[in-house]
Design a protein around this ligand. Structure first.
Ligand code: 13P
Ligand code: SF4
Length: 302
């Protein structure tokens, strides 16, 4: 491991590269990264790093967002097959239909979406800033794409808005069921249940805290409690355990792994830097249009 880290250090210097990683990637990749965070933090930090090359350890929409926000930089992804299925779960035609049907409509697009969907949106959001951004929008009608669960969670907190939902979902978070959470709570009566808003509403109703991956890590670290049941992808355990050696963390079930995030290995990260592959390449016109909702997100989230 140490040898690989040394090699990465050398390569990063040679290629003027920085490594960004999401909390769901393998532990060894998180350990080797320069910055690890949730989707909002990573999109923000991508606009601030001085290096000419950004190596993004995450799924495709993350690398695309970094490229859209930094078109003059080289953005590399260690595995092009690491894609988020939810990112594709909305249709341009349906968005157009909604725009015809509703006056005063804002199309709010979760960052877990393809660049093609982003360009149809008025603003992007992440799980950590969606509430702030949607409540700041002047529009009464909100078409929330692609994730129905995050949309319903935000809608439950903003009754003054009229939400129209789309039926996208994350298979990792929806594998967490109400029944399994109840069982986990019975087995660990002193544990707090911390959930990501991509979980279904019946699961969120059982949560002691709801938030993004960073939110969950911060909450557990600041809490006086000693045990936690984690309602998100188990990659967050790496940071949770590192920050909280005296605390215990449990999963709800055994399917809390995102197979796409786990495609990113340290070997692929090294190969990606060595070969300069695979570069995220997007049409200029797509970048120009998809940049607007992402930049609006960064502005409204401040
Ligand atoms: P956050 O890290 O922004 O909470 O997002 C979770 C997720 O599913 C990323 O794909
Ligand atoms: Fe997509 Fe779910 Fe994996 Fe996040 S955890 S990248 S939403 S499939």
């Amino acid at each position: 491991m140490q040898e690989k880290i040394e090699l990465l250090k050398k390569l990063k210097k040679e290629k003027d590269a920085v490594i960004l990683a999401h909390y769901y990637v393998n532990d060894e990749v998180q350990a080797a990264a320069d910055y690890v965070g949730d989707s909002y933090y990573l999109s923000k930090i991508a606009t601030q790093v001085p290096q000419q090359t950004i190596l993004f350890c995450g799924v495709k929409f993350m690398g695309e967002s970094a490229k859209i926000l930094n078109p003059s930089k080289k953005v590399l992804m260690p595995d092009v097959l690491a894609d988020c299925p939810m990112a594709h779960m909305a249709q341009k035609e349906k968005i157009e239909e909604m725009r015809q049907q509703y006056d005063d409509l804002a199309v709010v697009c979760y960052i877990n979406s393809t660049a093609e969907l982003k360009l149809c949106a008025d603003v992007c959001v992440t799980s950590s800033n969606a509430m702030k951004i949607v409540s700041a929008l002047p529009n009464k009608n909100i078409y929330f794409i692609p994730d129905e669960n995050l949309g319903r969670y935000i809608a439950s907190k903003l009754p003054e808005k009229n939400f129209i939902f789309n039926d996208g979902f994350c298979h990792v978070h929806t594998s967490i069921t109400e029944e399994n959470v109840r069982k986990a709570k019975e087995a660990r009566p002193d544990a707090l249940f911390l959930a990501h808003p991509e979980c279904r509403m019946d699961v969120l109703k059982l949560a002691d805290y709801i938030g993004s991956t960073s939110g969950i890590i911060d909450f557990a670290s600041a809490s006086g409690a000693k045990e936690f049941i984690i309602g998100t992808e188990m990659g967050v355990l790496y940071e949770l355990e590192a920050k909280n050696p005296g605390k215990k963390f449990y999963s709800v079930g055994h399917r809390q792994y995102c197979p796409n995030m786990k495609r990113i290995t340290l070997e692929k990260v090294i190969a990606s830097l060595e070969k300069g592959e695979t570069e995220v390449l997007l049409e200029n016109s797509l970048i120009e249009e998809a940049k607007k909702p992402l930049e609006k997100m960064l502005e409204l989230a401040k």
